[in-house]
Design a protein. Sequence first.
Length: 155
Amino acid sequence: MIALLFVLALQLKVPDAEQFVGPPKGVPITDVAVLDRRTHEVGALLRCPVCQGLSIADSPAEMAVNMRGQVRELLARGYTQEQILGYFERSYGQFVLLKPKFNGLAAAVWILPLLAVAIGLVVVVSKAKKLEARVVPPSNDDPYLARVRELVDKE
């Protein structure tokens, strides 16, 4: 029984990730170049979940190869770039997009530091103006100060 299961398991063909890299069946060779270019363009917009610093178009990881295969297959089926990005965003979350959408928390991450810098500049300028207003010109009423100035001017 175990030997029969083992033989059956050997007969199963497990899909290899590299099979998705080649041209799909039935696509003329002229369309393959366009499909490769579009796959690279869309893959450059998606982050590799393994490498995290690379797009799936540039990553050598097996996960990226699988994702490129999915992108290629979806493009071959006629999906648009927005539909493909939406599919991967639903699957992996907004993290998978190399250019995240400007809404919600992502917008706050960009706006709050700029707002803090603007408020800091306003505070620094207002404090500098207050310091300028406090500077009092020297008075000649003090006899000691007048004598020191007289001695300094002689030398």
